[in-house]
Design a protein around this ligand. Structure first.
Ligand SMILES: Cc1cc2nc3c(=O)[nH]c(=O)nc-3n(C[C@H](O)[C@H](O)[C@H](O)COP(=O)(O)OP(=O)(O)OC[C@H]3O[C@@H](n4cnc5c(N)ncnc54)[C@H](O)[C@@H]3O)c2cc1C
Length: 399
């Protein structure tokens, strides 16, 4: 394996410098502070600025179609994370826009694509329902045809960023009597349609997300994406993109795993906590001289490095697992002051570890739980077959 640094061409080096300078100018301390306080993971001014500079468009498009080259894409993904950009929802918007381009009508593509690339329009995901999210094919939200319109009724849980978005990519059930996977139809529902209600909810870690209600929401057929009852085919591509299931490339310049931005924050957090642990306290003692502290910090840094080097679906699991395992250690090393948030009097590490600890808890849930990811790896990457959920022995049940 070759771990040498990639030599950047003059053009790529200039791209990196300009990008880093630009991000520093828009992702200000104030933006970061607000993002950590509100849990929004979105900042409209930053998003519009990225659109105006054509960064969104270049990220969206392939290299052959005016997008970033592969080296630039890697630089982009790293710099956006290093700048602490409130950013997580762009991936959702881009993923939905690609489904619209692939399966939607030309009229719908014309309605949304330019606005998406300019940053004016954001698209959110309406998959999960109050009764469960892992099994996305189980959908109770109904769409019933009414001439050249559809009437939608139901509710979706965790419709993140809906309050900053203009459309929701909605799974509906259009054929309750059909077999599983043949009953779904996808729509891009404008969120300002009468009958749509967005209610904010805050997760235990402080993230802002929403529950959305759809009551007799009447939408024209042109907002349908793909065939009637053919929603599963539309959904598959979008789910693969969300899960990071992309084919590996021969030269090793893999697409970074989903959620690498979080891991970059963790790497910085480890460095900052190591600096605190290496500094003498008022009695001249350094925490790092305690073997247990040195061991836990070393283990955390090693786990972070391993996760950073793991691509695709495997990386998605490794990153969330590293976040969950390393952040409690960082909090422990800092002691009670580690629990104070950024800006609070006496906060250790300026609240960085506290933020990481909160960020870590839902990471193994949204976009698919770690258990579901492990099943997918077992089934699709390792070829171990479908998991068998047998009842515990002795219950007398066989399935
Ligand atoms: C902060 C946040 C933001 C989110 N944003 C969005 C969003 O924008 N749009 C959206 O549609 N959804 C969103 N979600 C929902 C998320 O995708 C679901 O929470 C997730 O898919 C799990 O579904 P669930 O919470 O209903 O848990 P369930 O599916 O009810 O699972 C409960 C438990 O059972 C386990 N389990 C379930 N099925 C299996 C299986 N087959 N094998 C092994 N274990 C299993 C799970 O791992 C979990 O531990 C968000 C969630 C959070 C927390």
């Amino acid at each position: 394996m070759d771990f040498s640094r990639v030599e950047l061409s003059d053009e790529d080096a200039e791209f990196q410098t300009r990008l880093a300078e630009f991000l520093a100018s828009v992702v200000t301390d104030e933006v970061i502070e607000r993002d950590r306080r509100t849990g929004e993971n979105f900042d409209e001014a930053v998003h519009l600025a990225l659109g105006e500079q054509r960064y969104l468009e270049r990220d969206y498009r392939d290299a052959t179609d005016g997008g970033f080259s592969r080296v630039q894409r890697r630089i982009w993904e790293l710099e956006i994370g290093r700048a602490h950009t409130p950013w997580f929802h762009w991936g959702t918007t881009a993923m939905v826009a690609k489904s619209v381009e692939r399966f939607g009508s030309d009229e719908l593509v014309d309605e949304v694509l330019d606005g998406v690339l300019a940053g004016r329009l954001r698209l959110c995901l309406g998959y999960t329902e109050p009764d469960g999210g892992s099994d996305v094919a189980t959908c109770k939200t109904k769409a019933v045809r009414d001439g050249d319109h559809w009437i939608v009724n139901g509710s979706k849980m965790f419709t993140s960023n809906a309050h900053n978005a203009q459309y929701v990519f909605l799974i509906t059930n259009t054929n309750p009597d059909a077999p599983r996977h043949h009953d779904l139809t996808m729509f891009l529902v404008p969120l300002d349609t009468p009958g749509v209600e967005i209610q904010g909810i805050r997760t235990v870690d402080g993230d802002r997300t929403n529950i959305t209600y759809y009551t007799d929401v009447r939408i024209p057929d042109r907002y349908r994406i793909g065939e009637v009852d053919g929603g599963w085919a539309v959904l598959r591509g979008a789910l693969d993109a969300e899960h990071g299931t992309v084919a590996p490339v021969a030269d090793g310049l893999q697409k970074l795993a989903v959620m690498t931005e979080h891991l970059l924050l963790l790497a910085e957090g480890c460095d900052r906590v190591a600096a605190v642990a290496g500094s003498p306290d008022e009695r001249g003692r350094r925490a790092i001289d305690d073997d247990a502290v040195a061991y836990r910090l070393g283990r955390g840094i090693a786990r972070t490095e391993v996760a950073a080097s793991t691509a695709g679906m495997f990386g998605r699991v490794a990153i969330a697992q590293a976040m969950r395992e390393v952040t409690p250690d960082l909090m422990d090393v800092l002691g009670a002051a580690g629990g104070l948030t950024r800006g609070a009097d006496g906060a250790a590490d300026d609240g960085g570890a506290e933020y990481l600890f909160r960020l870590a808890s839902p990471m193994g849930v949204y976009g698919g739980t770690l258990e579901v990811f492990r099943n997918m790896i077992a089934q699709h990457a390792l070829g171990l077959g479908r998991p068998a959920y047998a009842a515990p022995s002795g219950t007398g049940r066989s399935s």
